[in-house]
Write a protein that binds this ligand. Structure first.
Ligand code: FAD
Length: 278
């Protein structure tokens, strides 16, 4: 039986020390034989050079890499310049996103939605890129309704997306329901669940609040009850996230995308427990 594909997500480090630390983390995580690694992209310019540098470093290490790419605030010319830069760097995978408006930022620019970006990339570069998109089993926080959000997802698939990676979630039913709904409307691309390890209470609660992902009450209360007891939080987090992955794998997911947060310990331990180490 072939092994379940694993992909890993990193964010671009901001300092030379961070770059070195991430390189060491990657070497440890390569034990998982990732199908590809992706690097996030800061809307509004903050970390975009760091993204390209990290993606190039991963490709140079012989591992396939995807650059995330956001279109908010961009125009056709700037997007074209960026995709030419990606092509020149040997990048063949893009995670195409709208991005979020940083406070005080000017406006949407020439691309209103991720589907506009995908259509433009396909028009400009044909099938050169494998395009991943974001999906939201618990609905994108700005969507007017689950049906609207599903239509937005379908628009991304019709514009040429090859596969999708979900926002993190802790309720597997939301994922399976989303996959069923998407298939029913004809959005038939793989939906890879995004898995967020839990290693710290404040961080996961903040991420969840910002992204519209729900932390079930029983998990939130347990995390809060541990206070500053980091070991208990980590032990509980590993149990919860491994159990989630077990349910997802039993339900037939096409892969797992791990939000590593540039750390190796939790992703490696979760995969060890799942029997997914190479
Ligand atoms: P879209 O698919 O364009 O959707 C945005 C909103 O518009 C949704 O509410 C949708 O329902 C609605 N919508 C879309 N089309 C229409 C339409 N035609 N009519 C009406 N409403 C519509 N952010 C970053 O800044 N950098 C990253 O690297 C990054 N990586 C991410 C990776 C993953 C796997 C995920 C899940 C998210 C990531 N994000 C990243 C966050 C993402 O940018 C935000 O969630 C953003 O708010 C939405 O991006 P999107 O591509 O899903 O947008």
């Amino acid at each position: 039986m072939s092994r379940l594909p694993i992909s890993l997500e990193f964010f671009p480090p901001k300092t030379p020390e961070g770059v070195e630390k991430l390189a060491a983390v990657r070497q440890k995580l390569y034990a998982l034989k990732p199908q590809f690694c992706s690097v996030t992209y800061g809307a509004g310019g903050s970390t975009q050079d760091g993204t390209l540098a990290a993606v190039q470093a991963i490709l140079a290490e012989g591992v396939d890499a995807a650059s995330h790419f956001t279109c908010i605030g961009a125009n056709r010319e700037s997007v074209l310049a960026k995709i030419e830069q990606f092509k020149a760097a040997g990048i063949k995978r893009i995670v195409a996103l709208r991005g979020d408006l940083p406070s005080g930022y000017g406006g949407f620019g020439e691309f209103r939605y991720a589907s506009d970006l995908i259509a433009f990339i396909r028009e400009a570069t044909g099938r050169h890129f494998h395009i991943e998109v974001a999906s939201y089993p618990e609905m994108h926080p700005q969507a007017r309704s689950p049906q609207d959000d599903l239509n937005a997802y379908l628009a991304k698939v019709r514009a040429g997306a090859n596969s999708s990676i979900t926002q993190f979630f802790f309720n597997p039913d939301a994922y399976f329901r989303f996959v069923d709904d998407a298939r029913k409307v004809g959005a038939d691309i793989p939906v890879v669940p995004g898995i967020m390890p839990i290693t710290n209470s404040a961080g996961i609660i903040r991420f969840a609040d910002n992204s519209g992902a729900e932390i079930p009450r029983w998990i939130r209360l347990r995390l809060q009850s541990y206070g500053d007891d980091v070991d208990s939080i980590k032990a509980f987090g590993l149990d919860v996230v491994t159990a989630l992955c077990e349910k997802l794998i039993a339900g037939g997911v096409p892969g797992l995308h791990l939000y590593t947060m540039n750390q190796s310990v939790a992703p490696l331990e979760i995969c060890r427990r799942l029997g997914l180490q190479a």
